[in-house]
Design a protein around this ligand. Structure first.
Ligand code: GTP
Ligand code: MG
Length: 244
């Protein structure tokens, strides 16, 4: 029997429109953080699309997954330990270069990624052109231009989501090659990491983080957080994308 329940994570830099997209998909019309605009704890919702039920998790905005802050740890832990079926990285079309930094980090953890280039309306106003096909070829995952606030591109985005969760899209995520010294150290560490944490975790990424002395990651791996979706501040809601 084919599965019909999928989990999507929304990740991205702060203020890129993740919660706006979350609201469009779930049909919710309210702020998702403790104060207007900012998501400080992950929020969850549910919606139906083409006979499948999606649980969608709106994560706090982060610039990296380097364990520098509680927000980064929440986002990192969700990717690592809850392993969503799909991650939508929401990037700001008017600040693509800075935003792609996080997208590349996510690609080091998982290849089940779609990049949603949001704020296309703003980019157009500023005369910024984005070649999403070229970006797609470089990143090796689907890239979909959207304007969440204007509900533009949502159909194309959901088409890509549907195709990916049902295995009709195979990705080939860009893997950054580091200096020979770092690559050598990664190769040395990877067998030990696999032996210690098993195949469920991205060994190459963990090796990189260990080389960076990421003690917070080490602690999280030793004691993975509880898979509790009913956190204080999280809430549930339902919607249907077909009704947009
Ligand atoms: N012009 C334009 N503005 C947008 C678009 N999408 C979102 N915004 C605006 O961008 C601002 C930030 O949107 P949010 O959805 O709160 O962003 P976020 O990524 O959830 O922010 P954090 O939770 O702080 O990381 C809001 O003022 C939105 O109305 C868009 O497509 N076009
Ligand atoms: Mg938000």
């Amino acid at each position: 029997m084919t599965r019909t329940n999928y989990t999507i994570a929304l990740m991205g830099n702060p203020n890129t429109g993740k919660s706006t997209l979350f609201n469009v998909l779930t049909g919710l019309r309210q702020h998702t953080g403790n104060w207007p605009g900012k998501t400080v704890i992950r929020a969850e919702g549910e919606f139906e699309y083409r006979s499948a039920t999606y649980r969608i998790v709106d994560l706090p905005g982060t610039y990296s997954l380097y364990s520098n802050s509680a927000d980064e740890e929440v986002a990192r832990d969700f990717l690592l330990f809850e392993q969503p079926d799909l991650t939508i990285v929401v990037v700001d079309a008017t600040a693509l270069e800075r935003n792609l930094n996080l997208a590349l980090q996510v690609l080091e953890i998982t290849g089940r990624v779609i990049v949603a280039v949001n704020l296309m309306d703003e980019a157009k106003k500023k005369g910024i052109l984005i070649n999403s096909k070229k970006l797609e070829n470089k990143l090796g995952v689907p890239v979909v231009p959207i304007s969440a606030r204007n509900k533009e591109g949502i159909d194309k985005l959901m088409n890509a989501v549907d195709a990916m969760v049902r295995g009709r899209i195979k990705t080939n995520p860009l893997s950054i090659q580091y200096s020979p010294e770092i690559e050598q150290a990664i190769s040395k560490l990877m067998p030990n990491i696999r032996e210690t944490v098993g195949d469920a975790y991205p060994a190459r990424w963990i090796a990189l983080r260990l080389l960076d002395r990421d003690t917070s990651l080490l602690a999280a791996l030793k004691q993975p957080p509880q898979r509790d979706t009913k956190e204080e501040g999280a809430y549930a809601c339902c919607g249907s994308v077909e009704s947009i």
